[in-house]
Design a protein around this ligand. Structure first.
Ligand code: HEM
Length: 564
């Protein structure tokens, strides 16, 4: 069947004429002969184009509008977004954001070495995969990325008072200042006696009952943070009700803070009445239990303060300076609860990664023990006073935190204004997340051996501890986050890890398990267990034995001192 081209040609002629400002374009266009007999299915009547009849000035305006549209489209900042992985209809890049294995994979780093754009159900999200990009945007231009995105679930759970999830504002500033001042490098020294005691108990427990290693580690982390926050008595087991209670709260919070609940993407769901929404009933129930736990623990400190007097604890220092910080009782109670939430799982997980590293790299363990023998000897346990002369022990801690960061994907920040990185557009309101794992394994900063466990990378020529590459937040890694949102507990956890690991290596040898034929079973260093915010090592065997005969008796003597 012949195709009738005549009308189209006529229309084109008219259009050309319109562009030239001539109404009868056929007068200018070369004649085209049409055979009416063979033309099928249409009439040769000209296709009337509405704009032909428009007056000339209006045509000019329309033309200008068209040109402006084309220019603004080609020049739009949105066309300069960072590279984006393949997106799916409706959900966009949701799968890539939730697939942690892909986010931390070599493939992701190779394809998106600097920055990556994800469209998560319409929400723009920027992932920083390099130290340079993350530091430039989140650290050096910190005031533009100080905010947090609004997360509905964690907002309900923490009654809007959870410091890590709060948007910046007057309330966040008051609470952050109070937490910061209570946990400065100097302020945390008042908690050294608590940490020293806990470390001694942990080492004794590991030597007498090494099978329950993870439980001992959890007990020590929970006990230390409860004592520090509430002057709570030393826990005898990680199974105590208060730990189980708080642990449940931490996991509920961690799940909510990932921001992947449906309600985050369909906020209208929050208006569904509770009787039709089980998830809503549950989250409100958890929120009220949470509030009850935090207030109960806080009120305990208040009563103790009135009856027993002031003993150093985080909550006691908040109460003491309540007027200066201008905090309400509820704000102080939630701040205390947040300390436990943010500190317990991260500290215990880092200790677990440290144990795995000691088992996987026995030569590192031997070198640290040689340093302990040279500086401390075998007559007494290491103390905080020995820290300046134990740079290798401290370098191991830095390297564990870099090599296997407890928090692999940083907490989300929000861009307050449009921003640019290396010619790539970061739109106002975009969620900005540092891929801490990729930053810490950046070969351009840490070299080709970035994936290897090498504590000596943190030591200078004379064996002194280095402050860390300039891109890295002064610590030699960016595991504690960025800018004004940097972790407030970092000095506390650094000190805690020092005394725990120094006492462990002083007293004990840690070796990998063996199969029934006596063959060594090295731990798998390349997998992890994802707990939402925190990533734990996979289960692995570890044989723990005293390093020399007097170790246990010296430990027992030290424990007696604490019981006095
Ligand atoms: C090895 C242990 C720890 C790691 C790896 C860690 C990591 C982090 C990271 C990545 C952030 C987010 C920073 C950002 O948004 O850029 C953060 C925030 C925070 N951390 Fe830690 N943390 C640890 C231990 C602790 C401890 C022991 C405490 C308290 C006792 C604590 C309290 C907090 C708080 C309150 C925030 C929120 C700060 C804010 O949003 O203003 N952390 N931490």
């Amino acid at each position: 069947m012949a195709y009738d081209v005549a009308p189209k040609v006529n229309a084109l002629r008219k259009y050309a004429g319109w562009l030239l400002g001539v109404h009868n374009a056929s007068a200018y266009a070369p004649a085209v002969a049409f055979d009416r007999d063979t033309a099928v299915g249409g009439s040769l009547a000209p296709n009337p184009l509405p704009f032909i009849t428009l007056p000339l000035p209006l045509k000019g305006i329309l033309l200008c509008l068209l040109v402006t549209l084309i220019v603004s489209y080609t020049r739009s900042s949105w066309r300069r977004l960072p590279p984006q992985p393949r997106r799916f209809p409706i959900i966009g890049n949701l799968l890539q954001l939730t697939d942690k294995r892909w986010l931390f994979s070599r493939e992701c780093k190779e394809r998106f070495s600097e920055v990556m754009y994800l469209d998560v159900l319409g929400k723009p999200t920027i992932i920083f995969n390099s130290l340079k990009s993350a530091s430039e945007v989140l650290e050096h231009r910190a005031s533009n990325s100080i905010g947090r995105p609004r997360l509905i679930m964690i907002g309900i759970l923490s009654a809007g008072l959870g410091l890590p999830a709060m948007n910046h504002g007057e309330q966040w500033r008051r609470m952050r200042r109070a937490a910061h001042e209570a946990l400065t490098k100097v302020a945390v020294q008042r908690y050294h006696p608590i940490e020293t005691k806990e470390a001694t108990i942990l080492v004794s427990a590991l030597l007498t009952n090494p099978e329950n290693r993870e439980q001992h580690i959890q007990r020590t982390a929970a006990s230390a943070i409860l004592s520090i926050t509430y002057d709570y008595p030393t826990l005898t087991s990680g199974l105590e009700k208060v730990v189980q209670d708080m642990d449940r709260r931490v996991h509920q919070g961690a799940r909510a803070a990932t921001g992947t609940s449906l309600v985050e993407f369909f906020p209208w769901m929050i208006h569904v009445p509770q009787r039709f929404a089980k998830w809503k009933r549950e989250v409100f129930k958890q929120a009220s239990e949470r509030s009850e736990t935090f207030l109960r623990l806080f009120n305990r400190v208040k009563i103790d303060l009135e009856s027993v007097g002031v003993r150093p604890s985080f909550s006691a220092s908040l109460i003491e300076h309540q007027d200066r910080y201008r905090l309400s009782e509820r704000e102080m109670a939630y701040l205390g609860g947040t300390m436990f939430g943010a500190g317990f799982e991260t500290t215990s997980t880092t200790l677990m990664w440290w144990t795995l590293a000691m088992v996987a790299f026995p030569e590192v363990q031997r070198r640290a023990q040689a340093e302990l023998d040279a500086v401390v000897g075998r007559e007494r346990l290491p103390t905080y006073a020995d820290a300046p002369r134990l740079p290798y022990m401290r370098a191991i801690i830095k390297e564990v935190i870099r090599w296997r960061p407890a928090v692999r994907l940083g907490l989300p920040h929000v861009a307050a204004e449009d921003d640019w990185y290396d010619g790539m557009f970061i739109p106002k309101g975009a969620t900005c997340v540092a891929n801490i794992w990729q930053c810490n394994h950046d070969r351009r900063v840490f070299g080709d051996d970035a994936d290897e466990f090498k504590p000596e990378r943190h030591l200078g020529e004379n064996g002194e501890l280095l402050p860390g590459p300039k891109e890295t937040n002064r610590e030699g890694h960016v595991s504690f986050g960025f800018g004004r949102r940097v972790c407030v507990g970092r000095h506390l956890v650094n000190d805690s890890l020092f005394i725990h690991t120094a006492r462990m290596l002083w007293a004990a040898n840690l070796k990998c398990g063996r199969d029934e034929n006596g063959k060594e079973l090295p731990p798998d260093i390349n997998t992890f267990v994802d707990l939402g915010i925190v990533s734990r090592p996979p289960p692995h065997d570890c044989i723990i034995t005293p390093r020399f005969p007097q170790a246990q008796s010296i430990l027992a003597e030290e424990r007696e001192k604490f019981e006095d």
